[in-house]
Design a protein around this ligand. Structure first.
Ligand code: ADP
Ligand code: MG
Length: 258
């Protein structure tokens, strides 16, 4: 939609995208990693991002929550504007609304599960102990681990630890959740339990962008899938794009993945 059309017919706030990337460019030195990436994610939408290693998927996620600066274009996330410059205060506000979970869960080994989950709400949101504990119990229940509150990370399986990492993110009550290959380090059985937690979050209405190699999850759970290639959004579609890719590059990629 052109700017002029937008001025004439402003969209109601309720339909404004939760996340909007416009011509985002990101370079590491001479290496241009994002070459003008644009896409929108509606509130409550689940978007999967797929593509070969090195295509810029992780970088795109990291730009969305301000872990990386951008050199061109703009990003809007839940009312936060991310341009080429972002203030410390702006960054803090942005990160409170956007949770990110990585492949490596990085729980603190010397803290219990509950202490891992309450750390950020207590430190960043200055939440009192009893409120933080109650919140932690809620978030652990959401990932099916209420009974593990007093356990230490080493007593948990990889899948359980990753679910704690998701609970830790949820405890900041984010409006958008980003997942970067969160099951890649897990064996198939443990992968399933993490994907089920993510599917439940999706059903409960969380806005999610998930970089994944799990094509079944993308096809079944995502409202839309974005195929990235060489720093560009190459193809976007619903579940049908897995059966009927429009570009030879996506067909080739899926041929290797499936
Ligand atoms: P993907 O997640 O799709 O595998 P990435 O976003 O991690 O891709 O990486 C895209 C490209 O950017 C790769 O060529 C990678 O080597 C490069 N890259 C990523 N992070 C850095 C960094 N911190 N410094 C330099 N190059 C990087
Ligand atoms: Mg990556």
């Amino acid at each position: 939609m052109s700017a002029a059309a937008n001025d004439t017919f402003p969209r109601p706030a309720a339909t404004a995208p939760a996340v909007s990337l416009r011509e985002v460019r990101k370079s590491y030195g001479p290496l241009e990693v994002l070459k003008g990436v644009s896409f929108d994610v509606a509130p409550g939408e689940v978007v999967a991002v797929i593509g070969a290693s090195g295509s810029g998927k992780s970088t795109a996620l990291r730009c969305i929550n301000g872990l990386e600066s951008i050199q061109g274009g703009s990003i809007e996330v839940c009312g936060h504007h991310v341009g080429t410059h972002l203030s410390e205060a702006g960054l803090r506000a942005l990160r409170q609304d956007v949770g990110i979970v990585f492949q490596s869960y990085n729980l603190f080994p010397h803290l219990t599960v509950e202490q891992n989950v309450t750390l950020a709400p207590r430190r960043v949101k200055r939440m009192g102990n009893s409120a933080a504990r109650e919140l932690a119990r809620d978030c652990l229940a959401q990932v099916g681990l209420a009974e593990k509150a007093d356990a230490y990370p080493e007593q948990l399986s990889g899948g359980q630890q990753q679910r704690v990492a998701i609970a830790r993110s949820l405890a900041m009550q984010p409006k958008v959740m980003l997942f970067d290959e969160v099951t890649s380090a897990l064996d198939p059985h443990l992968t399933g339990e993490v994907l089920r937690v993510m599917e439940k979050l999706a059903r409960d209405g969380m806005t999610m962008i998930t970089v994944t190699h799990e094509m079944g999850f993308a096809r079944r759970v995502a409202n839309r899938t974005i195929f990235m290639r060489n720093g560009l959004v190459w193809e976007v579609g619903g579940a049908e794009m897995f059966a009927q890719p429009r570009t030879p590059e996506l067909r080739d990629f899926l041929g290797h993945e499936l």
